[in-house]
Design a protein around this ligand. Sequence first.
Ligand SMILES: [Zn+2]
Length: 275
Amino acid sequence: MKIECLVCSNAKNLIKFVWNNYEIYNCKYCKLYFCPELVEIEGNSSPVDDIGIKMMEDSFFKTKKIASLYVKKRIVEYEKMLERKCQNILDIGCGPGVFYKPYKDLSINWKGVEVSPFWLEFGKKNKIPILEKNLKEIKEKFDIITAHQVLEHVENPMQFMNQILKILKPGGILHLEIPNHFSLSSSIRRISPILSYDYGFIQPPMHMRAYSSHTIKQLFEKNQLIIRDIFTCSNNDITWGQVRKYSLLQKLFFTFSASIGKGSLLIGIAKKTNA
Ligand SMILES: [Zn+2]
């Protein structure tokens, strides 16, 4: 089987190596790391662990204030880039839909989309509009599309981008949030296979692709998107962080990592052309 880079289709500059019991490919051109075989459970995605799901369910009830603060800051940034008022947002892989209420309070129509039966049921129970749809089936077009901690689960990133572009309005904004493969915590997990089963953010079977700023730049350029910003930041960044409650120790680690340019979150924001 001929292996090609999943982002830049490069087949020549791939370096293959073995980490514990699995093979990893690294594209020297766009710097993507990936395992060729992705274990799919449902939809076009690798599984999310149960602890993560439980943590996110709790977060929905305990972190409404954090979500609301983030939304107030982000909408200012989004609308600056949009150069118009934002009417609607699609949140791909929205989990519990923690952003629904804060956007509704600003009269912005928020919709989520999920493949996980757990979140679909959660949405019904809590009256949150979470669509049980494949992206291909969505007909509506959106001003803003966000995908937080989704891309690293997706089997084919170019196909995923293609589907997003079909439902993003002209001039619309895409906001990706991905684990930073070159973060401090990830770098520690790349020292030796004896110390870590995971290779940075290659964490089988959950994460079979690992991204860095270079890869996101390639991904945007290959899809004719106008890059607005690609940067790394702390998990508790005041505008682009995650809707979670963190301990003081975690916050100190995140702040330190970010201060040396090795924050755990990788953010990519791009705009679709107006034509
Ligand atoms: Zn590549």
